[in-house]
Design a protein around this ligand. Structure first.
Ligand code: PSU
Ligand code: MN
Length: 317
């Protein structure tokens, strides 16, 4: 295990796996992966399967996977196969974002990192590309409850490219897009002028920016970084059509799950895991199968971006 260097100084709270450290040291492509979807987003044993399929897709795409989690007072960047199994079965893991990252580092158990905490860790480690399922955003009713994911502010302040299938469709997606625009976060359609609809390839909402392939995405990201804007970028990749669930069908399940969450008084950090679990029940597990497929697809696309960034070869801003 090696420590990351930040401005040449080892960061004592990060622990890079030997494989990730070697890839970064020699400038090879690396893709960060989050772990809240392992600890909180998906039911066992599909959670471990998701982690393994994402890592395999990154490798097949010619990059090194760096799954990020917190354990034993360190942010782990790159998990061994055994680490992943332990994480997937960890008792009472925390769900860690910017606000409780330092606190999580003060406890012995495992924590899954959300998009926000994963971006922080990836940036500290010098990793520019990160793949996940969907980003958090403005929850339905968020204009009253103020339940707005810290993912949005993180995207505004941390320069990491996040490859996803759009905002999670359990959210208020139009308000999430407005919040991202306000924060100066580009939302980029990957091969499409329509925002990816998470469980379905389409959402009915337009995106202002489109790239057709990985080299174009790499050019856009490099220009963004060179301006010193400081923000991240969302690359929204549609789920492959064969794996998607029709928009109307999934919307019905989400609406029912939302009502159930309200009736049960579920909110804040517990909302996403609860609603995802209920949607899985309501769709007889089809939402879980779709979630795994889109995670794997995003990992594959993120690897192509990381490879293209190395090919562009410009110094990091
Ligand atoms: N997308 C999924 N499943 C998940 C998540 C996203 O398909 O479990 C997680 C991500 O880690 C994301 C987090 O950062 O949910 C957002 O949670 P919240 O809304 O509490 O900020
Ligand atoms: Mn929240």
């Amino acid at each position: 295990m090696a420590r990351a260097t930040l401005c040449g100084v080892a960061h004592p709270l990060l622990r890079l796996s030997a494989e990730v450290a070697a890839a970064l040291a020699s400038g090879r492509p690396v893709v960060a992966l989050e772990s809240t979807l392992i600890t909180h987003g998906l039911p066992a044993p599909r959670n471990l399967e998701a982690a393994q399929r994402a890592e395999a897709a990154v490798r097949a795409g010619g990059a090194t996977p760096a799954t990020i989690a917190v354990h034993g007072g360190r942010i782990l960047v790159g998990l061994t196969a055994t680490d992943s199994e332990t994480l997937a079965a960890a008792p009472e893991p925390w769900k860690v974002s910017r606000h409780n990252l330092a606190a999580a580092l003060g406890r012995p158990g495992w924590s899954g990192t959300t998009v926000s905490a994963t971006m922080i860790a990836a940036h500290l480690a010098g990793i520019e590309v990160f793949a996940t399922g969907g980003i958090g955003g403005v929850h339905r009713g968020g204009q009253d409850s103020m339940d707005i994911s810290s993912d949005l502010d993180e995207l505004a302040r941390t320069p990491v490219a996040v490859v996803c299938a759009g905002p999670k469709s359990i959210l208020d997606v139009p308000r999430t897009l407005e919040a991202l625009e306000t924060r100066g976060v580009p939302v980029v359609g990957w091969g499409t002028t329509e925002l990816a609809g998470f469980f379905s390839p389409t959402s009915g909402l337009p995106v202002a920016i489109t790239v057709d392939d990985a080299p174009a995405a790499a050019d856009l990201w490099r220009r963004h970084r060179s301006l010193g804007l400081g923000s991240g970028m969302v690359f929204a990749v549609p789920i492959p059509a064969a794996d998607g669930i029709p928009h109307d069908e999934i919307e019905g399940a989400i609406a029912t799950a939302e009502l159930g969450a309200s009736a049960a008084g579920i909110h804040s950090a517990a909302a996403t895991p609860w609603i995802l679990a209920r949607v899985a029940e309501l769709t007889d597990g089809r939402s879980v199968a779709a979630n795994l497929a889109l995670i794997e697809n995003n990992a594959r696309v993120a690897a192509s971006l990381a490879v293209a960034l190395v090919a562009v070869g410009l110094p990091r801003a």
